[in-house]
Design a protein around this ligand. Structure first.
Ligand code: ZN
Length: 409
């Protein structure tokens, strides 16, 4: 199909071989669920498959995805949120015998009905039990390592899900964790990738521990927008979350500490394209029946509005008990003020887990009204970030995994 189109365009001599290459690389068929309020902010005509009062199911191409990204960037303070690229689920949706409009309606209603995330942990309660072990690890966090890693990650032209730079960034993260495991002689670490459908960049997963007990997940998205026209350093979005998770992993692997439950460190691909990488990760976990007790997601941990050290917690599309537990962890271990904010529909990868029925929570650098104004541009650079703010999130991440995964000694 694509080849025919290419040949036709080529024979007309309309486009150069360079743009042909770019066309061939970008996935062209996309089906998206978006809130009505986001669509309202775009000037693109989408092919609507179905709609409800709050949501639309649309079929679009790469240009449409770019328009949705523009809208979610520009109007993020409105609390409308983002969109989910549901192409794979839509294509697999049965029954195909239903007329397309009826099928679309059914899909959209099913897809957007509120999910109730349940965790085994809520039965036993979320406790603070391992202060000694947590405090030992907190003293080993090394902010300079985070800063150095962020410098490397923001030096790529971009970490776009469909560029070679994006693949190189994913490989750099994978190599970093593999080297850590090797240097610390850890035989209980598995590092692997989960492919992202038609996007080049895979998500990277590092599992620590070999037990089949329910896992504890801590993650961030590694991708940025495309750097074809201008560099996309993505220092804050989400280089900051990426290195926050890397530093928790480094500290834990070097400590030699082992746990009752496995810990999954994750760096998701293609978040910007509609939570695509985390969507594939969650469906892989569901397909393989891998149990997960709790998910922590970092998307932007480095920008401190007016230099305030307040840590914000997302109150929507997340598990309430787990979010309240984050506040308890911050009070105990980080000792910074805590406030709540909301980010709307599908604003980041925690929403993929929440949708899958897993307990997920997302702390954030600021309120949604006052987040980093430079994201998604060439100005998302390290000089606007606070290393001490980022370090506070690394402390939160460390206390989260240690308390919930239960250290063995
Ligand atoms: Zn982000």
């Amino acid at each position: 199909m694509l080849r025919n189109k290419k040949t036709a365009l080529f024979s007309l001599g309309l486009i150069s071989s360079i743009s042909l290459t770019a066309m061939a690389q970008a996935p062209q068929h996309h089906v998206v669920v978006a809130p009505q309020c986001l669509i309202k902010h775009t000037d693109f005509s989408f092919k609507t498959l179905s709609e409800t009062a709050s949501f639309v199911l649309i079929e679009t191409n790469e240009a449409g995805i770019d328009k949705l990204i523009d809208a979610k960037t520009q109007y993020r303070a409105s609390g409308c949120g983002g969109f989910v690229n549901v192409t794979e689920s839509w294509d697999a949706f049965q029954p195909k015998t239903l007329a397309k409009d009826k099928r679309a309606k059914q899909f959209l209603i099913d897809y957007t009905k509120p999910t109730k995330s349940i965790s085994n942990l809520s039965k036993v309660g979320y406790e603070i039990k391992y202060e000694k072990q947590v405090n030992t690890l907190l003293s080993q966090l090394n902010p300079q390592m985070m800063w150095d890693n962020l410098s490397t990650l923001s030096s790529f032209q971009d970490r776009y899900a469909n560029s070679d730079h994006g693949v190189k960034a994913a490989n750099w993260i994978k190599d970093y964790v593999e080297t850590l495991a090797k240097n610390n002689q850890r035989s209980d670490v598995t590092v692997y990738t989960i492919p992202t459908g038609s996007y080049k960049q895979p998500s990277v997963i590092a599992k620590i521990g070999t037990s089949s007990a329910p896992g504890i997940v801590i993650g961030a998205h590694m991708d940025t927008l495309s750097g074809s026209f201008s560099k996309k350093p993505g220092a804050d979005d989400d280089g900051s979350g990426t290195v926050t998770v890397l530093e928790v992993a480094r500290t834990l692997l070097s400590s030699g500490m082992t746990f009752n439950k496995p810990i999954y460190f994750m760096w998701y691909a293609a978040e910007e394209q509609g939570l695509v990488g985390s969507g594939y990760v969650v469906s892989e976990f569901k397909k393989k029946n891998i149990p997960v007790d709790a998910v922590l997601h970092f998307d932007m941990t480095g920008y401190a509005h007016k230099n305030e050290s307040t840590m914000w917690l997302m109150s929507d599309y997340s598990n309430k008990e787990l979010t309240a537990y984050l506040e308890k962890l911050i009070n105990t271990y980080v000792k910074q003020p805590v406030k709540y904010t909301a980010c709307g529909y599908a604003c980041s990868d925690h929403a993929s887990w929440n949708k899958g029925g897993f307990a997920a929570a997302m702390p954030f650098e600021s309120s949604m009204n006052n987040d980093n104004p430079n994201i998604h541009s060439s100005q998302d650079t390290m000089d606007k970030l606070s290393l001490s703010h980022m370090t506070d999130f690394a402390k939160l991440g460390t206390s989260f995994v240690v308390e919930l995964a239960q250290p063995l000694a």
